[in-house]
Ligand binder design. Structure first.
Ligand SMILES: *Cc1c(COP(=O)(O)O)cnc(C)c1O
Length: 235
């Protein structure tokens, strides 16, 4: 077994333990393997360990991986999630390659993704990125903008709103992490009361996975703990 496969096994066990510790149904939390900057070979190793959902942050890099796996490894049937910031001029490439987008924070992006989604691919599954730490510099919609944006998305036939995601500010303690995640959960509960397909709460990374799962996360996004440290110098 390769180290990537061992890491996936380890994290799967950690997720199961966290689910158990807070009395959640086993298998409710999905693992999104964040493969940004990592080569196709690393993704193959993860796929051979049974991992199916992958997250990418950079449009061109992600799109070329999607194309590679469609062409050479259709047997893995991978599901691709775009989790990076989206510039308006890159929406077409995202719409034409990915299954999910976690980072919608404005109506214009939603509209463009809708218009550019090829009908042959079926609707794009989307999450609204929420800025739970109210920091002006970080991306994500402010909480009071989320509901207006949800209404816009709900009217777009090629997008399906599935929930929300956030990247909370770096807080160290478990209780602080839990509190930040509970805010996001509340937003998602409000959306679920209004819209039919809300079932996804994308929160939790390597350092705050336990708090995220205790707060109701349904998808944790893990990179380094699966693939090792990223070397940005190579780019
Ligand atoms: C890179 C990234 C992750 C994974 O982070 P790690 O610290 O490597 O686990 C998760 N979510 C988002 C949005 C990211 O950009």
């Amino acid at each position: 077994m390769t180290s990537i496969q061992q890491n996936i096994e380890l994290i799967t066990t950690q997720i199961a333990r966290a689910e158990q510790n807070c009395g959640r149904v086993q298998g409710e939390v999905q693992l999104l393997a964040v493969s940004k900057t990592k080569p196709n070979e690393a993704i193959i190793q993860a796929a051979l360990a049974g991992q199916r959902q992958f997250g990418e942050n950079y449009v061109q890099e992600g799109a070329s991986k999607v194309a590679f796996f469609n062409d050479h490894h259709p047997e893995f049937d991978l599901e691709w999630h775009f989790i990076g910031p989206i510039q308006s001029n890159k929406t077409r490439v995202v719409a034409e390659h990915f299954d999910w987008v976690h980072t919608i924070d404005r109506a214009k992006t939603a509209q463009r993704l809708n218009d550019q989604r090829p009908s042959s691919m079926g609707p794009l599954q989307v999450l609204i990125q929420v800025n739970t730490s109210e920091e002006a510099t970080k991306s994500g919609a402010q909480i009071d903008q989320v509901f207006e944006l949800a209404e816009v998305i709900d009217d777009l036939p090629n997008l399906v709103l599935r929930g929300v995601m956030s990247i909370p500010a770096n807080v160290s303690g478990y209780e602080e992490q839990l509190q930040a995640f509970m805010v996001l959960r509340e937003v998602n509960n409000k959306l679920a009361a209004q819209y039919a397909n809300i079932d996804t709460l994308s929160m939790g990374m390597s350092g705050d996975m336990d708090a995220a799962i205790a707060a109701g996360s349904t998808m944790v996004r893990i990179g380094t703990a699966i693939f090792g440290a990223r070397d940005y110098g190579q780019q």
